[in-house]
Design a protein around this ligand. Structure first.
Ligand code: IDP
Ligand code: MG
Length: 134
């Protein structure tokens, strides 16, 4: 069974949208097999977001992502990596169609509510980063 790394960003917790988003994952019949709240620091974000660490908006991302707890999850299912990307919607909130998590609830690309791995390979790296060897 394929698995992916999902993370609800701090604004999701602050806005009281955890239940809404977890519910969408469950209604899609993907299985949440691990879940924990945690506070991230800059070093782990530099690792996790290495591909955007040199962008001008990165300091804002760090400020946002360390502003409160995130909810880290391992989610399993058939084709779950792409499946979760589909229900999340595209990165840029303005491109995210209604009916997707980002399309329905985000109006800011830096605070687009949810992270989901972009490939099966990265999913395993990210699961190891945040959950260790599980
Ligand atoms: P993803 O979260 O859809 O996989 P990535 O390209 O991996 O998108 O970027 C990581 C995060 O960095 C995004 O979720 C978003 O919060 C932020 N980000 C990406 N591009 C921009 C941008 O152009 N402006 C502001 N924030 C951005
Ligand atoms: Mg990404």
């Amino acid at each position: 069974m394929e698995r992916t790394y999902i993370m609800l960003k701090p604004e999701t917790v602050k806005r009281g949208l955890m239940g809404e988003i977890i519910s969408r994952i469950e209604r899609k019949q993907f299985k949440i097999t691990s879940m924990k709240m945690m506070i991230l620091d800059e070093p782990i974000l530099r690792e996790h977001y290495a591909h955007i660490a040199d962008k001008p908006f990165f300091p804002e991302i760090v400020a946002n992502m360390t502003s409160g707890p995130v909810v880290a999850m391992i989610v399993e299912g058939e084709d779950v990596v792409q499946g979760m990307r589909n229900i999340m919607g595209p990165t840029k909130w303005l491109e995210a169609p209604a009916g997707t998590i980002r399309g329905d609830f985000a109006n800011n690309t830096g605070m687009n509510l949810i992270h989901g791995s972009d490939s099966v390979e990265n999913a395993e790296i990210e699961i190891k980063r945040f959950f260790g060897n599980v």
